[in-house]
Write a protein that binds this ligand. Structure first.
Ligand code: SF4
Ligand code: SF4
Length: 357
């Protein structure tokens, strides 16, 4: 008997139009220009003359329900009941009445939120899930964000930078990753330690072997049990074998470090994409405040702020002054770890992101 086809179950993001401010819905695709009247505030003007003001406040990526309720109450009382979240997890309120902007900012500030993150500020660091949601993190990305943004609060609130600065963190070395003007990423420095008693029961060995980008993993019999072995000379300590095989533990309190990369930028109407490059490695992964990583980030930001021309992004600035000058001006040491000596790089040297002199 022929069966009727089942209707697909819709999943994924709901249609955003139903949640948009009516002025945004009405003027969809009709915006003429926007301006920045003050830090944290945008005004969009449409061809019809309609205007809408947006107020942005810094919020963390993983919000608890109490904070979310508080933010929504502020939106109902001082805004017009419409909000959305930016890709860097900041809340934005939309109002069509200019008179509501200042009381809304005051209500947010009084409740302890920070308004800013627009134009040439340091926008909120974006981060990956970390310990709360993922099974392989080597650090707590949310904690790094909190510690750094505490120190950069004035750069978030003001328009002090040459252009906008987007920073990212990631909590392992390979997956969601971080790419931005400044990226703070995990860096493993030792090959994984294998618990041979567990491998046979937990890991699908062919998948683990296939996962290694440099073919450093081989099947092996250890104490009569099927297991795996790692050629440590080949291993680049990427950690890719750890997600499919948790007994190949790579996270380590001492040897999982942080590294800092700069100059990453997506392509836009004016430029090609640029890849970030390593500028500091082996930084201690030091919770709960990560002072060493924060110090390096502040040093880079300070130099960029003093030296870049107006509206130069981090990558434009480094491109203009050159990498040797970048290291001289920031005072960061240029070490052997900045040189990609992986033998597979031969095939990609001319097309890669290598630092060359
Ligand atoms: S960066 Fe890595 S550890 Fe962090 S959430 Fe993504 S996959 Fe998990
Ligand atoms: S850490 Fe990376 S390079 Fe080393 S064995 Fe695992 S997958 Fe291979």
């Amino acid at each position: 008997m022929a069966h009727e086809m089942r209707t697909p179950i819709e999943s994924g993001c709901p249609d955003g139009f139903q949640y948009m401010h009516p002025v945004m819905r009405k003027n969809y695709g009709q915006w003429a220009y926007h301006e920045d009247p003050q830090p944290g505030v945008l005004v969009h003007v449409s061809h019809s003359g309609d205007k809408i003001w947006t107020v942005r406040a810094g919020t963390q990526r993983i919000l608890d329900v109490f904070t979310l309720r508080k933010l929504c109450d502020i939106g109902d009382q001082y805004g017009e009941g419409y909000v959305h979240f930016t890709i860097r997890s900041n809340i934005e309120y939309q109002v069509a009445d200019e008179a509501k902007v200042e009381p809304l900012i005051k209500a947010l500030t009084d409740a302890g939120f920070v308004v800013g993150g627009t134009r040439n500020s340091v926008a909120m660091l974006s981060h990956t899930q970390g310990w709360l949601h993922c099974d392989i993190p080597g650090t707590d990305a949310s904690g790094v964000v909190k510690s750094m943004m505490d120190e950069l609060i004035d750069e978030f609130k003001g328009w002090n930078m040459p252009n906008r600065v987007h920073m990212t963190t990631s909590c392992c070395q390979i997956n969601c990753g971080g790419q931005g003007d400044i990226a703070i990423n995990v860096q493993h420095t030792k090959p994984p330690k294998i618990n041979h008693d567990l491998v046979a029961n937990v890991c699908e060995r062919p998948s683990v072997v296939a996962r290694c980008p440099v073919a450093a993993i081989r099947p092996a019999l250890v104490n009569g049990k099927p297991s795996l072995e790692v050629d440590e000379k080949k291993c680049i300590c990427c950690g890719a074998c750890y997600p499919p095989c948790p007994p190949m533990q790579i996270n380590d309190a001492e040897h999982s470090k942080l590294s800092i990369w700069v100059g990453g930028n997506h392509s836009n109407a004016r430029g090609k994409p640029t890849f970030q490059k390593l500028v500091a490695s082996g930084i201690p992964n030091n919770p709960p405040r990560w002072p060493e990583a924060t110090a390096v980030v502040k040093k880079i930001l300070k130099t960029y702020k003093e030296d870049a021309r107006d509206w130069e992004r981090m990558n434009d600035w480094i491109e203009r002054i050159g990498w040797p000058r970048f290291f001289e001006k920031t005072g960061l040491p240029f070490t052997k770890f900045h040189i990609d000596n992986w033998r597979g790089a031969r095939a990609s040297l001319n097309a890669s992101t290598h630092i060359r002199f």
